[in-house]
Design a protein around this ligand. Structure first.
Ligand SMILES: Cc1cc2nc3c(=O)[nH]c(=O)nc-3n(C[C@H](O)[C@H](O)[C@H](O)COP(=O)(O)O)c2cc1C
Length: 186
């Protein structure tokens, strides 16, 4: 079983990374192979809205016209049994790298054949408000909204605040073990 984790933070030692680490620890303790990709390290342009009616060419041909790292990351999500979207909370919302990626993802997932690659995939969202602690819940709503257009099965969304980080790390480890114990059939 494989889990692919996307981080919207670039800090390998930050609070988002700690949250990912706890979830990964739970997954790994149950034998799941985990890979984490830090989105700011990848080239992911924002959607170009590449035709005049706004739907874009991906709606017809099923792939994005932009030649960057999006496709590579998308294929990794397709191959995984479990996917995780973890973002720091910026302005009560997703980080820019997570926003750019998920905005592109929902576009290509408009095409049913593409969407089938992610359909029903167990997915966890983690939103880490590491400053004042505000906006974690709003960020979860935002993440859920964009993921709901992608066909994945959002099995959990975890708001984390700086003030409850310690207890959430324990929770995330448990969630990792729980994810690994779920039946693989979708
Ligand atoms: C542009 C920006 C906006 C932020 N907005 C919020 C916010 O709305 N709420 C909050 O609690 N923290 C906010 N923070 C703090 C981040 O959530 C915090 O630094 C987070 O832990 C960063 O995660 P990282 O260390 O994993 O990269 C913001 C930080 C930045 C840089």
């Amino acid at each position: 079983m494989k889990a692919y984790i996307l981080s919207g933070s670039r800090n390998p030692a930050g609070q988002t990374a700690q949250a990912i680490g706890a979830l990964a620890k739970g997954l790994q303790s149950a034998g799941v192979e985990t890979t984490t990709a830090f989105l700011p390290e990848y080239e992911i342009e924002r959607c170009r809205q590449c035709d005049n009616n706004g739907w874009g060419l991906c709606r017809q041909n099923g792939h994005c016209v932009i030649a960057d790292d999006f496709e590579l990351l998308f294929q990794q999500l397709r191959l995984a049994d479990v996917v995780v979207f973890a973002t720091p909370v910026y302005y009560g919302d997703l980080s820019e790298s997570m926003r750019a990626f998920t905005d592109r993802l929902r576009r290509v997932c408009t095409v049913e054949a593409v969407r089938l690659g992610l359909q029903g995939k167990p997915t966890v969202g983690i939103c880490v408000a590491g400053g004042g602690g505000g906006g974690a819940a709003e960020c979860c709503v935002s993440l859920n909204k964009v993921l709901s257009n992608c066909g994945v099965d959002v099995v959990d969304l975890i708001p984390v605040r700086r003030q409850n980080l310690a207890v959430k790390l324990e929770t995330l480890e448990i969630i990792g073990r729980w994810l690994a114990s779920r039946p693989q059939s979708r």
